[in-house]
Write a protein that binds this ligand. Structure first.
Ligand SMILES: C[S@@+](CC[C@H](N)C(=O)[O-])C[C@H]1O[C@@H](n2cnc3c(N)ncnc32)[C@H](O)[C@@H]1O
Length: 254
């Protein structure tokens, strides 16, 4: 089994990734981010939605949300969060490697480093192609990862994340000449330690932009944060946006 298919991993380390604090921060981020402002009633696919941190605030803004995730545990949490918030959201269990709903969405989101999970780089490109095909012409894909340039600013120091009655130590190792990243996590609770290791591809701004273009996207832009700041020396994230081209008029008429 690959690490990303392991429900035990997503459950055990969920407090690190999906804390109550992050849920609140995501609500605030959705309220202020110009990158997350879409046309009224837009159909939005949150690809790798996890427990629904983005689904709830986006649904509240009136968008028609679908959440896709491979993990039944994550989907169950998303289902509960949406029900508690009174948010109507469609949830689907699927693998992003295969999930395509032709021309069904105005926006596809893939956020909080949910991209680059496959060992074969062609599979990661396939995820972009699937998103492209799931968008209507003129629709937009937005991917948010930790860019290589951002990571280079702080990697090398182990990170300590304090949780309620527990803590996580995170150690990052760059692999294959800055191609991939291995993250080793140790969760310590009640005197016992649990270990997990994840490995994923790393992208620079230029590399992810090129991948978007290879998948057929146009108007590809890189941002350094959800406030729409440029991807420069102050970037906190790497957010790439691309548009599915609208067919030229003569093609439509054929
Ligand atoms: C880092 S979490 C991010 C979740 C969410 N986007 C957020 O902002 O909290 C990555 C999510 O991707 C899901 N996932 C991992 N591999 C997947 C795959 N091949 N297809 C679909 N979902 C996948 C995991 O179950 C997990 O919920």
């Amino acid at each position: 089994m690959h690490w990303y298919e392991d429900d035990v991993f997503w459950s055990d380390f969920s407090e690190t990734m999906f804390s109550a604090r992050r849920r609140e921060e995501t609500e605030a981020l959705v309220a202020r981010s110009p990158l997350l402002r879409f046309a009224p009633g837009a159909r939005v696919l949150d690809l790798c939605c996890g427990p629904g941190l983005y689904l709830v605030p986006l649904a509240r803004r009136g968008y028609a949300l679908t959440g896709v995730d491979l993990s039944e545990v994550m989907l169950e949490r998303a289902r509960t969060a949406c029900a508690e918030a009174g948010a109507e959201v469609r949830l689907v269990r699927a693998d992003m490697l295969h999930h395509v709903e032709p021309e069904s969405y105005d926006v596809v989101l893939n956020v909080f480093t949910s991209f680059g999970y496959f060992d074969d780089p062609r599979d990661n490109l396939q995820v972009l192609r699937n998103a492209h095909d799931s968008l209507v012409p003129g629709g937009r894909l937005l991917i948010d990862v930790l860019g290589k340039e951002v990571l280079a600013g702080w990697i090398g120091r182990p990170q300590l994340v304090e949780l309620d009655g527990a803590y996580v130590v995170q150690r990052d190792t760059v692999l294959d000449g800055w191609t991939r990243l291995r993250t080793d996590w140790t969760l310590v609770r009640d005197g016992t330690a649990q270990e997990a290791t994840i490995t994923s591809f790393l992208y620079s701004g230029a590399e992810l932009r090129a991948l978007f273009e290879q998948a057929g996207f146009t108007q590809v832009e890189c941002y350094g944060d959800f406030d729409g700041a440029p991807y420069d020396q102050n970037a906190r994230r790497l957010i790439v946006s691309g548009t599915r081209a609208t067919p030229a008029r003569h093609e439509e008429e054929r």
